[in-house]
Design a protein around this ligand. Sequence first.
Ligand code: IMP
Ligand code: MG
Length: 177
Amino acid sequence: MSINMDEIKVLIDEQTLQRRIQEMADQIKKDYEGKTITFICILKGSVFFTVDLAKKIDGDVRLEFIRVSSYGGDTCSSGEIKMKLDLKDSIRGKDVIVIEDIIDTGRTLKYLLEYLTLKRPNSLKLCTLLNKKERRVCDVDVDYVGFEIPDEFVVGYGLDYDEKYRNLPYIGYFENV
Ligand code: IMP
Ligand code: MG
């Protein structure tokens, strides 16, 4: 499949994205008043969202990074998930929010939440910019959702197709795919 930039349609424009991220930041700030928050950014897709969200919270926000890769499959099994880059510092006793770009089948998050729970944080919540509910295979509780989106393959604002399009400032989808 060869894809051409011209075929990308805007699903969520930059202004709408930033406005919603501000609302999410305000909500998180309220929920964590006076606490130190540790964001765990899931590389690579969540980088743009993590940075913008963190900048919009005027409070103590720390950053950690983790990278996993997942392979398809029809069952809710974490067997296909591989840890590519583990946390470098302890999250024990910390108030952690996992920051994800998109939840699709839910496999990645189910695995990660189980993994992170074993590290004994004080609290563990999940925040995703996009949620493709229709595609869910594994049940995951999401605490903060930016946008519910239909079952389209989306790119931009961190999300890639074969490593391309991450740097688009908006969320787009491919027409005719
Ligand atoms: P999961 O199926 O919920 O485990 O999602 C796994 C990963 O697939 C996400 O973190 C994204 O990196 C990627 N992904 C899922 N849907 C899309 C999409 O529409 N565009 C780009 N990447 C996606
Ligand atoms: Mg991802």
